[in-house]
Design a protein around this ligand. Structure first.
Ligand SMILES: [Zn+2]
Length: 135
């Protein structure tokens, strides 16, 4: 069963405006947007609380910095977050992800909170499988 993350999708629209994003027009990013019912939003720079992730999902939207429209592995990774996580848990995924990040941070130390997070581990574990589907 698929759940649409309605609030996260709305929040992504606000973020897209705030970050001066535009829909990806070229590369693998544009293809994914068409074929996977997602929005890929290109922003001048991706700055999340002072960090510079390669990409980020919010609901069924992928935010990427300008120039990374053909970073297939990163896009595959973000697609796992959408198809296996956001569409499985809906809006609740935002809380689940934060909770898991907190849990991993308390358990393994804050430097490892990101990679210790089970949702990131799942995305890294499945990204190559998704990458094959993209090519
Ligand atoms: Zn990730």
């Amino acid at each position: 069963m698929k759940i649409t993350p309605i609030c996260a999708n709305l929040f992504a629209r606000l973020l897209a405006r705030f970050w001066k994003g535009r829909d990806a027009q070229r590369g693998i990013a544009a293809e994914i947007a068409q074929r996977r019912k997602t929005r890929v939003i290109v922003v001048p720079e991706l700055n999340v609380l002072g960090m510079r992730p390669l990409g980020m999902t919010m609901g069924e939207n992928i935010f990427i910095p300008e120039g990374s429209e053909n970073d297939a592995l990163m896009l595959a990774h973000e697609l796992v977050h959408i198809e296996e996580q956001w569409r499985k848990y809906g809006d609740a995924f935002a809380l689940l992800y934060l909770f898991e990040l907190l849990r991993a941070g308390l358990r393994d130390g804050w430097g490892r909170a990101y990679l210790g997070n089970k949702f990131e581990r799942e995305a890294y574990a499945k990204q190559n499988e998704y990458l094959k589907q993209l090519s």
